[in-house]
Design a binder for this molecule. Structure first.
Ligand SMILES: [Zn+2]
Length: 306
């Protein structure tokens, strides 16, 4: 019996070790981002999203909001698209930072958001063969990721992945603290261990405490397809001012860190949700005649090229 227990214990340990470390907002974070967005979709956006979702989603975008994490080991090329690193500086520069480890440009979370938004613009005009179901699931996930501050972190420590810390008594790393631990502790301490209770509290803040700022969240002066550059710049600033601040290898993080960082995490989840809705509504908005003609001529051009 004792041996059996020991064996079971060992198996559990091995299983635990085999689970890849989280590389994104945990499931709860992504779920809340998509849930917030869904309620802000326009009629057209809602219909298009329903049309594109895979059957497994059961009509709920939030159900497939972590799909991109589940397939990142199958679609190996997609792994660098979840984040972007800077060379140890607190600002973001697209041409300097947006590349994968082989130096291929645009292979980062900012490039991915721009790319999948562009693909979705071909909805109902598509002659391109894009899998728009995947484009939608990628986009919904990456807009969440880019708002997790340490998804725009320093190259040397892999966005906090190599900084080992103790979250209260549990050994983990700084990246994981921001993906998952802060949210889990908040759920446990404030929200009855129920993600929907946490979600309601965040949604209430959007219409209440943060209401004045929401207009600014949506402001986009960039010339590129989306405002992803702006989101990345905000995240690296938050990484420097909150995530990395006063943290060193092997430190124990507890109440002081938790209480001063949880407002940042909740606000980033809210911003990601509001902006995901904004991008999706923009993509599926009613188009003018001129735009339709332009898309049609691109389509004809492509056919001609083929
Ligand atoms: Zn991710």
């Amino acid at each position: 019996m004792r041996f059996l227990l020991y064996f079971l214990h060992l198996m559990l340990l091995l299983l635990g070790a085999a689970v890849p470390s989280a590389q994104a907002w945990g499931k709860e974070g992504h779920y809340m981002v998509c849930k917030i967005a869904e309620e802000l979709f326009s009629k057209r956006a809602k219909a298009a999203v329903l049309n594109l979702l895979p059957e497994s989603a059961g009509g709920d975008l939030a159900a497939v909001c972590s799909w991109a994490d589940e397939i990142r080991f199958r679609y190996r090329w997609s792994s660098p698209l979840h984040y972007v690193d800077t060379p140890g500086v607190c600002n973001f520069n697209y041409s300097r930072d947006c590349h994968n480890s082989k130096g291929i440009q645009d292979m980062c979370v900012v490039g991915a958001i721009n790319n999948y938004t562009t693909q979705l613009l071909t909805y109902q005009h598509s002659s391109s063969g894009y899998n728009l179901t995947e484009s939608l699931m990628f986009l919904a996930h990456f807009i969440g990721d880019i708002h997790q501050p340490l998804h725009v972190g320093f190259e040397d420590d892999e966005g906090g992945n190599t900084i080992i810390v103790h979250w209260y008594r549990r050994k983990t790393n700084l990246h994981h603290v921001w993906d998952t631990s802060i949210i889990e502790t908040a759920m446990k301490d404030f929200y009855n261990n129920d993600v929907d209770v946490m979600l309601e509290a965040i949604k209430m803040n959007i219409t209440d405490e943060w209401a004045d700022g929401v207009k600014d969240w949506k402001k986009c002066r960039e010339k590129s397809v989306t405002c992803a550059d702006k989101y990345a710049a905000e995240s690296i600033t938050l990484s420097c001012d909150y995530a990395y601040k006063d943290v060193e290898q092997d430190i124990t993080l507890g109440d002081d860190y938790f209480f001063s960082r949880i407002p940042v995490v909740e606000k980033r989840i809210a911003q990601a949700g509001v902006r995901l809705a904004q991008v999706i509504n923009h993509v599926f908005r009613k188009r003018g005649k001129m735009e339709n003609l332009e898309l049609l001529s691109q389509k004809l051009h492509q056919i001609h090229l083929i």
